[in-house]
Design a protein around this ligand. Structure first.
Ligand code: FE2
Ligand code: FE2
Length: 304
């Protein structure tokens, strides 16, 4: 995998935090198996659905999602073979990864972290990232949705596996209101949720492009020029914050990189700033259309 050494735990070894998070959740086997076969040229839709079928919970959720209004398929998706054919490998991979991430973090809720709001933020970021990418690289739109949905998994790691560290970051932000979450983490912990999330994504063998989007969602300028996903997730995160959708622990507004307009071909206002107004309207529309998808996740997965 590209940049494999970049996010290894070695980066945080020697810190107390590293000792706390060595027992991270494992990725459900179905997702791990899928990652092994999905890029193989001889893998068929039937092979893929056989792997999914080995996990009854994920299989039935995937089938429900395939039949939800989000995909707007005109006919009933009766079985997994059909779901794989109609939605395509990329969509199925991303849905399986997303469901697996949610499942892996669903058993260890903490009292004062609002998971429902967290996933609302994450979900809106997925839809927004997809919206930006579908304008310029439609083939990457499904990846953008997955990247947006899971971009803040590092915060889940902190809140569930190192809660005292998480609280120390929140306290630091309360004392320094102009400090955003990413900077506060670096100052207090020496590592950010973006690095932690990317480390887990690599440990779980997620596609390199997803791990990179997680790693760089606050610093997209550190990626290769051609890497679109970090820019899309970065901009989606900013827009969703601006619009006050959901809650992203660490209330300070993320700083928007000045090059987003160029990278995502965004229109400009008279003052030369990215013009988000048309995108904001469109995002609310997409969120309303896709409501069934979020409510599916919300009701079936995110129960505190
Ligand atoms: Fe973030
Ligand atoms: Fe975020």
């Amino acid at each position: 995998m590209e940049n494999k050494s970049r996010f290894r735990l070695g980066e945080i070894q020697g810190k107390r935090l590293a000792r706390k998070i060595v027992t991270l959740p494992t990725l459900p086997t179905v997702a791990a198996k899928m990652m092994q076969i999905i890029d193989h040229p001889e893998t068929s839709a039937r092979d893929l659905s056989a792997v999914i079928r080995s996990d009854h919970v994920i299989a039935s959720r995937l089938l429900k999602l395939a039949n939800s209004a989000y995909y707007g398929l005109r006919r009933q998706v009766a079985n997994l073979d059909m779901a794989v054919v109609l939605l395509g490998f990329e969509n199925i991979r991303n849905l399986t990864l997303s469901l697996s991430v949610i499942e892996s973090f669903s058993r260890n809720w903490r009292g004062h972290f609002d998971y429902s709001e967290f996933w609302e933020h994450a979900y809106a970021c997925g839809v927004a990232a997809q919206m930006f990418v579908s304008e310029i690289q439609p083939g990457k739109a499904a990846d953008a949705f997955a990247a947006g949905l899971i971009h803040d998994i590092g915060k889940l790691i902190l809140s569930q596996f190192a809660p005292d560290h998480f609280d120390a970051v929140i306290e630091h932000i309360e004392q320094h209101p102009s400090c955003d979450f990413d900077r506060a983490e670096r100052e207090v912990l020496g590592i950010s949720h973006a690095q932690l999330g990317a480390w887990l994504a690599e440990k779980w063998n997620f596609p390199a492009s997803l791990a990179q989007a997680i790693a760089l969602h606050h610093t997209p300028e550190e990626g290769r020029d051609t890497a679109l996903l970090p820019w899309a997730v970065h901009t989606a995160d900013y827009l969703v914050h601006q619009l006050g959708i959901g809650f992203d622990a660490g209330v300070a507004m993320p700083t928007l990189n000045q090059n987003v307009a160029e990278m995502l071909c965004l229109p400009l206002t008279d003052s030369g700033m990215p013009d988000f107004e048309p995108f904001a309207g469109r995002l609310f529309q997409l969120l309303a259309q896709a409501d069934s998808f979020f409510h599916f996740l919300h009701k079936e997965e995110i129960q505190c």
